[in-house]
Ligand binder design. Structure first.
Ligand code: 13P
Ligand code: SF4
Length: 322
């Protein structure tokens, strides 16, 4: 509508004026992803967001996603200004892994290589040997396992459990979960598969093991988008945040995408297939981030001493992924 068009026009002008670029995650709302595409920004998974932010020449990055993505961008590019539509957009995995408790866990297992998921605070990353995202986690753990390393993994228990099963590596797992993926329901998914016997099931590995076991393809957001394109099925049941449908439908206009069920009969869920924090990234908030002042801060700051430490395992991941 008119107001949205107005915000879009203003944002486009401000992006140019401020030498800024929009970096959006696949889970943000379709209009945000479309705006990033229209303005020469990027829409991608968390690994590519990190790489894009680091290598893009713009002076300012607007990170439409959640806090750890903004912090990662700032850690990798301390000289850039990193803005976020809201500083309130966190992640249940980040919240579920407080730095002091995590540090004590590491101290208790000094013979382990510390591998943390990107969905963590700068302080947790600063304690890690490796940072991984879901696109590259399996390969990195395979690599460490082949060197005979014992691994301390945090924070996602489902992703950690999946990788453990795939690699057989010696892994100690922190026990947090993503509130969105944790809600997918096995019985209801069985019923849905019975209803659509021709459909393939795509699952993000932050989902419970019983859901992953029913998958035709398991992977990060970018890997699931690829699977949607390559699998022959015309109908796909998707167990991840529904924000991903924008890109899947754009790349596969003839296919039908169905949300995997988040609630059994009579049950309710806290965050039905859409991350409440990703949902905070609206057009108005992006506009406000570009016009922010001290009263309404939108800029990401990371303690320089922590950032210096966290940069090491982040760059290790980017170098490995190349
Ligand atoms: P990826 O895009 O790396 O698969 O991450 C998923 C996620 O939960 C981001 O919040
Ligand atoms: Fe965190 Fe889950 Fe939201 Fe991703 S979808 S940001 S893992 S709460």
């Amino acid at each position: 509508d008119e107001q949205k068009a107005d915000y879009k026009a203003r944002i486009k002008a401000l992006l140019k004026a401020r030498d800024a670029v929009l970096v959006a995650h696949y889970y943000t709302d379709p209009e945000i992803q479309a705006l990033a595409e229209e303005t020469g920004g990027c829409v991608s998974d968390s690994l590519e967001m990190a790489r894009f932010g680091k290598t893009h020449p713009a002076k300012t990055l607007i990170v439409a996603g959640v806090k750890f993505m903004g912090e990662t961008a700032k850690i990798l590019s301390p000289e850039k200004t990193v803005l976020m539509p809201t500083l309130e957009a966190t992640c249940s995995l980040d919240l579920g892994c407080p730095a002091d408790q995590f540090s004590a866990f590491c101290d208790a297992h000094p013979d382990h290589t510390v591998v943390v998921y990107a969905n963590t605070s700068a302080a947790v990353k600063a304690r890690a040997d490796w940072v991984v995202t879901s696109s590259i986690a399996l390969e990195i753990v395979e690599h460490l396992d082949s060197q005979g390393k014992k691994i301390l993994w945090a924070p996602d228990k489902h992703l950690g459990g999946y990788i453990n099963k795939q690699t057989g590596a010696d892994m100690l797992l922190w026990q947090s979960a993503c509130i969105v993926h944790d809600e997918f329901k096995t019985r209801a998914l069985m019923d849905m598969k019975a209803l659509y016997p021709d459909a393939a099931v795509l699952v993000h590995p932050e989902s419970p093991a019983s859901i992953v076991e029913m998958a035709d393809a398991v992977g990060s957001t970018s890997q699931l988008i690829k699977a949607a394109q390559t699998l022959p099925n015309k109908r796909l049941i998707v167990a991840t945040d529904r924000g991903i449908f924008y890109k899947m439908q754009q790349l596969c206009p003839d296919k039908e995408f169905v949300e995997a069920p988040t609630a059994g009969e009579g049950a309710t869920c806290r965050s039905c297939a859409h991350c409440p924090w990703m949902a905070m990234n609206g057009l108005k908030a992006i506009y406000e981030s570009l016009t922010a002042d001290e009263l309404q801060p939108h800029e990401i700051h990371v303690d320089p001493a922590l950032a210096e430490k966290a940069m090491v395992p982040l760059n290790r991941m980017l170098d490995f992924a190349e």
